[in-house]
Design a protein around this ligand. Structure first.
Ligand code: ITT
Length: 200
């Protein structure tokens, strides 16, 4: 356990990410605070060129604003046939106000006619923990898979209905939360973080 750290602010506005992080850290003894519970902080501008840079930027700014330990997640979908897009722009792929439906519909359109063997993609998650004394830790997780031909399932969020993880025929949106956690990019990064909490 991190000495003297019992509460961590989850530096994200994405409620679904908070839910995933909270259910996987259950039992570690760490109390998670949402951004709303931690106080008023300015929006963080995500302008780094990679997931790690954005995750560290979010965690640093929220830790400095709240004077607490902050855990940020930067994540996204990297699609081979699109040269790595949408990548760090996953949340805004179809525009600044895009909904999940707008984003994955655009992705399906861009991949129209691309054969199954060329629809490879991976979800990437970078979790950054910044402590009030400025110490920084980063945990990564990747989940390989393919982009479906059409929307499959209702659960989860973001691109879940169009992402089929490797070795499976169902999308993330057709899996239970626990099944998704067991193989997802965020699940892997959070398990690395949880091990660090238990060993540290
Ligand atoms: P914060 O920056 O406030 O954390 P955000 O939703 O804007 O929230 P990101 O900038 O990290 O988060 O964008 C990640 C996007 O990638 C997210 O909005 C989804 O569209 C997608 N994404 C990430 N993890 C996902 C998952 O587990 N399932 C489906 N889509 C995911």
């Amino acid at each position: 356990m991190l000495d003297g750290i019992h509460e961590i602010v989850v530096a994200t506005r994405n409620r679904k990410k908070v839910d995933e992080i909270a259910r996987m850290l259950d039992g570690t003894g760490i109390k998670l605070l949402t951004l709303d519970e931690a106080g008023e902080c300015p929006e963080v501008v995500e302008d780094a060129p990679d997931f790690r840079g954005n995750a560290l930027k979010k965690a640093r700014e929220i830790s400095s604003c709240t004077q607490r330990a902050a855990l940020a997640d930067d994540s996204g979908l990297v699609v081979d046939a699109l040269g790595g897009s949408p990548g760090v722009f996953s949340a805004r792929y179809a525009g600044p106000e895009a909904t999940d439906l707008d984003n994955y519909s655009k992705l399906l359109r861009e991949l129209e006619g691309v054969p199954t063997g060329k629809r490879g993609a991976r979800f990437v998650c970078c979790l950054a923990l910044v402590l009030p004394d400025g110490e920084e830790f980063v945990f990564d997780g990747v989940c390989e898979g393919v982009i479906a031909e059409k929307k499959m399932g209702q659960s989860g969020f973001g691109y879940d209905p169009v992402f089929i993880p490797e070795g499976h025929e169902r999308s993330f949106a057709e899996m239970s939360p626990q099944e998704k956690d067991s193989m997802s990019h965020r699940g892997r990064a959070i398990r690395a973080f949880a091990e660090f909490l238990l060993d540290g």
